[in-house]
Design a protein around this ligand. Structure first.
Ligand code: TYM
Length: 338
């Protein structure tokens, strides 16, 4: 049986938060068991908005360390740095030349981010989804585990592969690029802000109190949950559109406590917020504690971390170069070994 390929990534823009963990990384841990998995730190994506050069390298290593701390095992997956694999930028250019401008104009995340950055919107930000398509298509990924917000980007990657490459350039029925599928696991796919549960938890929210960082100290977590927005009802419940805060905080609790939705809903159905919040705080702190410990070990002596990245980079180069070569030849470039 051939193993399925998995690819996913996170931007190294500041410390990862509960949404990144519960919506994406947590699911990678199981997937690495039965699939050939690639997890990259997408630092090229991180420079699509203004960035601090003094922080980029540090955040890149810290993101890779968090992958490991969350349970990624270098014996079972490859962890690599996007900017160190030049095939990503090269494939991005090739895909740019076949992707219609009007497909890109529909991208919701671009529109949202562009609003925030006003006159300072780079071409890179507009092109972000094509670079993401390149990340995925280079590894012939079957499945891409992501949170709900990435669904449209995945559809774009599929459309580029199918409609703009395979149907135009394939000879016979052999596809040039594998058409990937998103893997969005409903539980945790959309963790919302602590200060306004109508918006998703996001690294770019200027209010630190809106998110729980995976590296937040217990005292900070306690404070953030204490200040999290609530309503005046008694009893936590799922699925009431009038009570987005109850839905969000109960969802978080159901995952971090390990109870699952039904048991968590039952336990908290008659609880007031004053009783629920300390429970959520303790469960969150306990879930994050082992991650923080492992992270601190990896960061205090980075020898092992760097070795793992080098191994991952080398496997990523091997696979991505083969796809790039195949695509270049299919679309008419002269062969390198002519
Ligand atoms: P990033 O860094 O914004 O998010 C990383 C992952 O975290 C998920 N996520 C969430 N899940 C649930 N609730 C939230 N509030 C929340 N916020 C973020 C995202 O869906 C994502 O899975 N564009 C990608 C990075 C990327 C990528 C790729 C992903 C670049 N190339 C190739 C997969 C494959 C992104 O959103 O990063």
């Amino acid at each position: 049986m051939t193993l399925k390929r998995i690819l996913s990534g996170v931007q190294p823009t500041g410390d990862l938060h509960l949404g990144n963990w519960l919506g994406a990384i947590r699911n990678w841990v199981d997937l690495q068991e039965d699939n050939e998995s690639f997890f990259c730190v997408v630092d090229l994506h991180a420079i699509t908005v203004p960035h601090d050069p003094n922080k980029l390298a540090k955040n890149t290593l810290s993101t890779a360390a968090l992958y490991l701390a969350c349970g990624m095992d270098p014996a079972k997956c490859s962890i690599f740095i996007q900017s160190q694999i030049s095939a990503h930028s090269e494939l991005c250019w090739l895909l740019n030349c076949v992707t219609p401008f009007n497909w890109m104009e529909r991208m919701i995340q671009f529109k949202e981010k562009a609003k925030k950055h006003g006159d300072n919107v780079s071409i890179g930000l507009f092109d972000y989804p094509v670079l993401m398509a390149a990340d995925i298509l280079l590894y012939d990924a079957d499945l891409v585990p992501v949170g709900e917000d990435q669904k449209q980007h995945l559809e774009l990657a599929r459309d580029i592969a199918q409609q703009r490459i395979n149907s135009r350039f394939s000879q016979g029925d052999k596809a040039i690029l594998k058409v990937p599928k998103p893997l969005i696991i409903k539980e945790g796919a959309k963790i919302m802000s602590l200060t306004d549960a109508r918006n998703k938890m996001s690294k770019s929210d200027s209010n630190e109190g809106s998110r729980i960082g995976l590296l937040d100290e217990p005292e900070i977590i306690k404070k953030k949950i204490k200040r999290a927005k609530t309503d005046s009802e008694i009893g936590l419940e799922f699925g009431n559109p009038e009570r987005p805060e109850a839905n969000n905080l109960l969802s978080i609790y159901s995952i971090v406590s390990g109870l699952g939705r039904d048991k968590a809903a039952q336990e908290c159905s008659e609880m007031g917020w004053g009783q629920f919040k300390p429970l959520l705080t303790d469960a969150t702190i306990s879930a994050i504690k082992p991650i923080q410990k492992k992270y601190n070990d990896l960061i205090s002596d980075q020898t092992e971390l760097k070795k793992i990245i080098q191994q991952g980079n080398s496997r990523a180069k091997e696979v991505s170069n083969q796809t790039l070569k195949r695509l270049k030849e299919s679309i008419g470039f002269i062969k390198e070994d002519y």
